[in-house]
Design a protein around this ligand. Sequence first.
Ligand code: ACM
Length: 636
Amino acid sequence: MNKALSIFIGVLISTSVSAQTDPNLGIIPAPVSITRANGNFILDKTTVLINKSIDGEKSTDLINAFIVTKAGFALRETKAVSPNQKSILLTSVGADKLPAEGYTIKVTPAQIILTGKGAGLFYAVQSIMQMMPDKVSDNIIIPAVDINDYPRFGYRGTMLDVSRHFFPISFIKKYLDQLAYYKINTFHWHLTDDQGWRLEIKKYPKLTSIGSSRNGTIIGNYPGNGNYLTEVKGFYTQNEAKEIVKYAADRYITVIPEIELPGHASAAIASYPELSCFPNRDTFIGDKTPWSGSRKGKQVQQTWGVFDDIFVPSENTFNMLNNILDEVIAIFPSKYIHIGGDEAPKTYWKESPFCQALMKEKGLKDEHELQSYFIQTIEKHVNDKGRSIIGWDEILEGGLAPNATVMSWRGEDGGIAAAQQNHDVIMTPGSMGLYIDHKQSNSPDEPVTIGGFAPYQKIYGYDPIPKILTADQRKYIKGVQANMWSEYIKTPEKAENHAFPRLLALAEIAWSPVERKDLKNFTEERLPIHLARLDKLGINLWIPTPIGQSDKTLTGGDFSIDLKVPITNGKIYYSLDGSRPSENAFLYNSPVKVIVPQGEKRTLKTIVIAASGRRSVTTETILNNGALDVKPEAKK
Ligand code: ACM
């Protein structure tokens, strides 16, 4: 087995259910068009694999590795086919006419033809893998079909915050494997913040010798319950960061690094206090925390929030930041360099005689214009190096830098304003479900989160193109992104729980045309198969609650509760006696009839248990027939 084959084989595990009845053939994200034809292609040991594409070697290896895990045999690779020999052909003929990242798949009883180049061919392979059901005897039966597919958006992203908590390289790679499988092509790496600087910078070693560790972290929701864990530390060497860039590029994923400025800068300031307006001022920790008030000297922050100590816009700061960005640019080949720009309080700038004098000298009327000056100074340097900046929507305040792309996170308004000013936009509004650090259900079983409510259905329902924009302005919406902030996400397992299944919904809104969206088909036909696959891969996904169950009170006396299992090979257990359901409760097999006498109520409690034993939160439905002690519904 060659090296690429062995790399890929570890991440491929089969799904277990035939996708033949599903109009989308089990593919997530749903393709642009699927036209079924007569007959099937029967893949067996005699099938050969032919690579005639310009860059398909990686794809050929990938497909063969998948077939090994699925069927237990590898296909023979050959250059030419003899008559009547069944084959899978990878080709680039005609690929030039396809849209960027586009591909076609043609399945006939005699042949499977995958057409594309680069990312397009890679995505054709992801789709054909998703279309393959389990083997029957030694055959894999694939229905005849014509697929034509390409993305709605060129930017399909997800952000991971590695500052609040640190995540090892091994996890990042495992995560990237799944992004690629779902055609998510951008990994935004939030590398610096108040609670830790996570990238080696050779010219400024204190950024990591001091800035990459903190001595405490609150336990529980802010401001914490009085206890704290001791140390959180970690950083990526430049070689490790390059390894991630290469690993991602092999999967057609671009890594965008984020270096936060001028705010969220406590870790950098703790390392180099001269970056502050007031280098001798002690760090203010927060007035509600177990260790409230100030600590001697500058500190890497140990709790969450927005802190006043931000970068001073001095020549020294710009020199340092430019040098840092030069090292960042040398590691990351991405067009975009993310410079943060969010949540920079102006308190210190208002108090600083230096800042006030600078504003006067530059003719800046307020501190927002000073922030704009800061960002524009950085933009000029980044542009001189042939790259572009992207920043959170606060970079609109005080005037947008000439070539900046805006990431709209405080709702859609920032994105709308930027598009109206002819600037590129990535939509990532927290209010629309795109903050995947938010909780996924209202069950008390949910782990501690930062708050908010973002079930995957909310992401699925979001259209990144605001209706208020004109046809011309809509072209500036380049894509959509989900963000995982890690204040309350300390481990890779919890990160996986927050990511899946939500990233699958993100993939569909980022790739599929709006008219192909179908929540019922997504939830009931495709997701169960994909979730079983993730479960089998050992990914700690969030197991959905039963399809068809409401967590609201139902009124009446005679109920028939009709549920569906949300994950293939999973089981639903339920109780009606108030006990917490487990394997010891009733197994759900068919609709449950419940008669509730007048003036009484019953509580249906369910749990879903996946094949691995992973379980969902408990969901409760109150069945009320006029009982008076039922509390009004909590506001969602
Ligand atoms: C952000 O959530 N502060 C971009």
